[in-house]
Design a protein around this ligand. Sequence first.
Ligand SMILES: [Zn+2]
Length: 348
Amino acid sequence: MAGSSLWVVRLASLLAVGFVVGSVKASPGDAHPQYRTCVKECQNTGITGSNIISHCQSRDNDSTSAGSSWYTHEPLYLQWKQQNCMTDCRYYCMIQREERRQLGGLSPVKYHGKWPFKRVSVFQEPLSAALSALNLLTHFIGWLSFFLQVNYRLPLRPQTKRTYYEYTGLWHIYAILSLNAWFWSTIFHTRDIDLTEKMDYSSAVAQLGYSLILTLLRTFNVKDEAGRVMFAAPILAFVTTHILYLNFYELDYGWNMKVCVAMGVVHIVAWTTWAVVTHHPSRFKVWIVIFGGALAVLLEVYDFPPYKGYADAHSLWHASTIPLTYLWWTFVRDDAEFRTSTLVKKAK
Ligand SMILES: [Zn+2]
């Protein structure tokens, strides 16, 4: 996600995922008796329709046959196999039911909190995974161009050889956390398991929390170390505690949503106020990112089922953050240039 907007974006994503996962227990699709019977039979026999689920079939053979490899007796391996058996059975039963529903003219319903997506190879939600990867790439390109800008195109301080721009290091950390968040988003949309879900949530919260610190430091023009620590310390402490809570106590979607909404609101208020008050030459970019981010959140509100089994609202929302991220990094570059020219003029 891109700085000011990316947090809006990330926020909406969290909201959406929160809703999705929060409703895992009671989706209309998996509540249907036909689906439940299908999954149960599939898990017992390893066969559903014309599909043979190898993970279910060879489970008994693996644990008894003396000739099989050592790892086939490992509890972790067996657990993994069982997990795959369940996931595959759920998938094929869902596809079967959805085909039948479609023939009857019915629109798709959710299963275990998620829309019925068609897999592509190992990708459970191929479009969201691909778009997350593109977001990652956009951040990388943005970061790289920022790096080249501050280190090679703009003048450096004569004595220290460091950049004039006071927020260089902070944007570097921002880039690393954003790349990490989109990396885990890509993995999570590829394969939704407990671990990938927690990593996705934690990385998103870390990115959102950090960009809140950066937002406050930039919009309030905090340049001295003491001031920065005063802003950063309480937020860092809170975000760290929150991430530990999600991972080791309870992945509470409702509470996480409240935390993210609160952080998101502070972001919006800070950047909007700044964009109104400032005479910064690139303030219009901040406006576009805020406005675009807000529009993109609507995609999450109108959570429609995947078109042709691929393009749902969430994936389109991931698409919308790509241009916003690009624009956001151009703002960061402009800001570096603007601050540098101001400081160089002052020095003369
Ligand atoms: Zn997502």
